[in-house]
Design a protein around this ligand. Sequence first.
Ligand SMILES: Cc1ncc(COP(=O)(O)O)c(C=O)c1O
Length: 387
Amino acid sequence: MNTFEKDSKFVAPTYGRFPVEIVGGKGAILKGSDGKEYIDLGSGIAVNTFGACDSEWVDAVKAQLDKFAHTSNLYYTSPCADLAQMICERTGMKNVFFSNSGAEANECAIKVARRYGALNKGADYYTIVTLEKSFHGRTHTTLAATGQENFHKEFLPLTEGFVHATPNDINSLNEAVKNNKCCGIMIEIVQGEGGVNALDKEFIEEAARLCKENDLVLIIDEVQTGNGRTGKLYAYMHYGIKPDVVSTAKGLAGGLPLGATMLGEKVKDIFEPGLNGSTFGGNPVCCSGAVNVLSRLTDEFLEEVTKKANLIRETLSGAEGIESISGLGLMMGIKTTKEAKEVVNYCIDKGVLVLTAKDKVRLLPPLNIETNELIKALDIIKEACKL
Ligand SMILES: Cc1ncc(COP(=O)(O)O)c(C=O)c1O
């Protein structure tokens, strides 16, 4: 059996995979088992911050592998401590809980808000307001947080205590807070899986204001938007707000599984030993990858991210068959006249990997993609969108 056949027979069929088997790569160029080369504008869904096999990152990870791969959280390790310090110094947050994925980072954020509500407002103040079209993960509780009915319906009953307001509708957000005994508000700055919709500045500011006024925990889900993706280290930094909790994962360790939940001043003392944990969380190999990633996301590097994002917008705006472009930085949704799937399939055929989000074509290129690779890929996308 080849890989396609084996996978179809033995891997649980939860994914609709594209007919491509990746066998290697360098930077934004991936190699298929058929010998074909692809320009990767998906980076493993915003994970491979510096693309495939980035030498500096590989060296950092290998150096830790050569020392030891895992100790458990019963012992101290420097990559975990170094990374936490780095994150706190770059964000102003006070401490960090490490896990393995975005869903787990959000589970932790939810626990923080619930405990804060119980301790400071009363045991029945456990409701968290999230948004319609949001995506917060696949565990039972993060599914409940996710404001999309189609993810819920097969798995009822879900964890109680979540209500969903309408994105960019300040009234709806106010009503949700007023009509429920709340402990927090949880939002993505750009709703990725929901269609790459950037929230309005006024709406984000209102969420922050409501949290302050009602003593709620403001949770920003930066699983997809974080770690330089939008041209700032974290997307909330575009808006001058100060979250109480920031969750992230995906691009943090540049290709290894790592989740992080950052706790600000208001909630920094919420945990004590035994209240949360994870066998693999803060794994030294993953943290070494993340230290390398964060140390390279300098202001100069992030300016380049913004320049590349501008290049994409300028190249694609107004092109035949392209109706609109949404998103922030190198996290973009393209509304095409043709069906998004048709565009994606054309691109794959021509050697460019792009994604979808709802009815849009989604671009999440490695942050260090070379300009000439980007231009080549954009030409193919334009060709694919032509009517
Ligand atoms: C905003 C957001 N939150 C949470 C998640 C879940 O992350 P993971 O798949 O790592 O559990 C995702 C994944 O796409 C996401 O985009």
